[in-house]
Structures are given as structure tokens and as C-alpha cells.
Design a protein around this ligand. Structure first.
Ligand code: GLN
Length: 190
């Protein structure tokens, strides 16, 4: 199956390589997604971390925003990481980035401030276990109505799932640990 990596800005190649590395273990093929045509026949799409305001603007301009929203509504699996989590959220409280409302989370950009502007924290992911999570100017999930919380930190969710949508506020593509990507693949396969 084809897994797209939204290639606008941010950690595109890291996610691409992660899926490429998993090719031997699962029937997956990474695909660069830049245009509407690239969305054809995808089973899943990864929206990487980066700068959500920039990604948002280009998504809107290219028509990808509406089409991704539509496809997710009819079952395409999406994994949004950091800026990607902001983009799939219900409410950002921020006019410069409007979430696609694919998952019922309220999220606040850059909410952790200086202390964890960037840091690596050990989190505990449900059914996966301990995971070194890299946070870079991370947003905070303030509420997660209707979604399953898979991991939390300091009382706030950092990884959530609702139906075909998976969102996390850290960067699973940066540590070489493939388990979050494997979890996303298993969501699609089951
Ligand atoms: N602070 C960024 C934003 O609001 C997200 C940071 C990230 O993706 N690492 O877009």
C-alpha cells in the first residue's frame, strides 16, 4: 500500500526514509505528495512537523487542504505529527492556521514555551511502551473529546487517535525508533 508524505515543508525526508525502511517488513511504499494527483490511491498520509502556518497556506492555495479533508472523511488514514497535529485538529484558537477538524482535539501552538521548546522526554505509549519523544516547539493538546489518548505527559495528551486519524505533538521520525510508524501501518492494515 502507498503511504504519502506531504511534501510542503518540514520533516519530509525523515518520514519518507522511515517508511522506506519498513518496506521489508510491511507492504508499504512511500510517496511524495506535492500535488492533488499525488493523493491518488493512497492508503495513508503523513503530515510532518514543520511550520504549520506555512504548510497551511500552501495547502490552501494548492487545493490540497479541501481534498485531504474530503479523503480523510471517506477513510484515508492520516498521521499528523507536531505541525501536522495542528493541521488535523478541530480547534487551534489561531486564525493563521485553521485545523481540518478531522480529530476532536483542541490544540495550542507553541504552548510549552521555553522550557521544552525542544527536549527529549520518555513517554509511555499504550500497547507500545517507553518511547523517546522529541518535542520541538511543540503544541499542546488541551482537550481530546472523543479520541483515545495513547500517551500523555504532565497530564496532557501527546498522542491521540480517533478512527482513521492519529495525531501526536512529538517527532517520531527523528530517533530511528520505528514503532510509531509501525503503529500507523497497523491501523491501516486492521
Ligand atoms: N510550532 C510549530 C507550529 O506551530 C510546530 C513545531 C513543529 O512541528 N515542530 O507550526
Amino acid at each position: 500500500m502507498k503511504i504519502g508524505i506531504l511534501n510542503i515543508q518540514g520533516d519530509v525526508s525523515e518520514h519518507f526514509h522511515m517508511i522506506q525502511r519498513l518496506k521489508g517488513k510491511y507492504h508499504v511504499e512511500p510517496v511524495n505528495v506535492k500535488t492533488l494527483a499525488d493523493l491518488k490511491d493512497l492508503s495513508g498520509l503523513i503530515i510532518p512537523g514543520g511550520e504549520s502556518t506555512v504548510i497551511y497556506k500552501i495547502l490552501k492555495k494548492s487545493g490540497l487542504y479541501e481534498t485531504i479533508k474530503e479523503k480523510a472523511g471517506s477513510g484515508m488514514y492520516i498521521m499528523g505529527t507536531c505541525a501536522g497535529a495542528i493541521l488535523v485538529s478541530r480547534d487551534t484558537g489561531d486564525k493563521t492556521v485553521e485545523g481540518m477538524d478531522l480529530i476532536g482535539i483542541t490544540i495550542k501552538r507553541n504552548a510549552y514555551g521555553r522550557q521544552i521548546d525542544s527536549s527529549i522526554q520518555t513517554i509511555d505509549i499504550k500497547n507500545t511502551g517507553k518511547f523517546e519523544a522529541v518535542f520541538i516547539r511543540a503544541p499542546r493538546i488541551e482537550s481530546a473529546d472523543g479520541s483515545t489518548v495513547l500517551a500523555s505527559m504532565d497530564g496532557y495528551p501527546v498522542m491521540v487517535r480517533e478512527k482513521n486519524i492519529l495525531a501526536m505533538t512529538f517527532h517520531p521520525e527523528l530517533t530511528g525508533d520505528e514503532r510509531v510508524h509501525e503503529y500507523f501501518i497497523s491501523m491501516i492494515e486492521s
